[in-house]
Design a protein around this ligand. Sequence first.
Ligand SMILES: Cc1cc2nc3c(=O)[nH]c(=O)nc-3n(C[C@H](O)[C@H](O)[C@H](O)COP(=O)(O)OP(=O)(O)OC[C@H]3O[C@@H](n4cnc5c(N)ncnc54)[C@H](O)[C@@H]3O)c2cc1C
Length: 375
Amino acid sequence: MISVWEKETFFAPQDIIIAGSGFVGLWSAFYLKKRNPKLRITILDKGIIPTGASTRNAGFACFGSLTELLADEQKMGTDRMLHLVEMRYKGLEKIKTVFGKKDIDIDMCGGYELFTKEENLLTEDIEEQVDYLNELLKEIVKGNTYKLADKKIGSFGFKKISHLIRNNQEGYLHSGKLIKVLLQYVQRQGVQVLNNLEIKNFEKVNDRIEIETNQPIRFSADQLLICINGFAKKLLPQLDVEPARGQVILTSPIDTLPWKGTFHYNQGFYYFRNLGKRVLLGGARNLAVNDERTFSLQTSEIIQQELERFLNEVIIPDKKFSIELRWSGTMGIGGEKMPIQKEISPGVFCCVRMNGMGVALAPFLGEKTAKMMIG
Ligand SMILES: Cc1cc2nc3c(=O)[nH]c(=O)nc-3n(C[C@H](O)[C@H](O)[C@H](O)COP(=O)(O)OP(=O)(O)OC[C@H]3O[C@@H](n4cnc5c(N)ncnc54)[C@H](O)[C@@H]3O)c2cc1C
């Protein structure tokens, strides 16, 4: 039972209810309010804090490594690959316009892709591939994006690496700080954010969307926007979105860490960066693709061991360190890389399937979603 005060304030009918307070839900609220400050918007999240990928990722502010984009081009064609890059690139520009370094520790310090000696992948004609992709990206990204940086291999101290490709246009940020400033920003604009509320069902009743949650409270809104990414299957089973667990480890500080930046390996399946003097490494999901198709937030022995092996044998082979933290997060992936952003039924919209690169996509898609919902 709820009181009249509760009913008329916290649970009053809304113009828009957003499911999910990850980057996509928050950037959507940001742009909806920008378009119409009077909108009554409530965001419902099942976690006590946002508990999907946005607070559990690696914080890369990136749009794709050379091998990842070439693999995407093979699968989805040149135009669609470039469209994806453009959305990510424009998303990064938006983040930089709205928030500064001191808000979110953003540093576009550049990144690298590593190629191991065993890999025959691309290394034969690597310079051709660099020129080819730079030419394709010219319309989207200012200046050349990729360049061979083999000379750095020695000073970085990597083992088993035969090539390095530098990307001048990417960097990293602090995902926790970004989500917190976004939350504070939208709340200051009057958006209500309620936690511990999992949307279980929704239906159209007359002209409104009635929303059922795990609590004995029903919500009602003119429009519902579903931004639950890897959890989409639970509410929208018709969509091609699967959960994909991403696992991460963080080392203790290493005083003599000889490199800085974001690093990709094996078409983006492995990624690492420095976080101050610590190393944050994630990935290796390709070792156990089926097991990692899970909503579980545990870590698994096989992936954790592989991440440690990669640290010890390739990234920091001569350094002493311990593992300070281990965690995992849930990505939303599908048969293709494009996000799903559409009106599913009258008044019900979704923006899901970020395919492991939602930091950059979210602001771009948030703005587009706001346009789609309130023209
Ligand atoms: C380990 C890891 C590393 C990554 N590294 C990077 C990176 O470096 N750079 C990058 O760009 N991307 C990275 N990603 C991907 C990126 O984090 C995601 O693409 C992005 O955060 C997705 O944002 P989102 O808002 O769509 O989803 P999420 O952040 O997952 O947010 C969804 C929210 O919905 C809530 N929710 C779920 N179901 C319900 C429900 N029924 N009712 C109410 N609320 C619900 C969840 O609690 C969650 O807060 C990584 C992901 C992982 C897991």
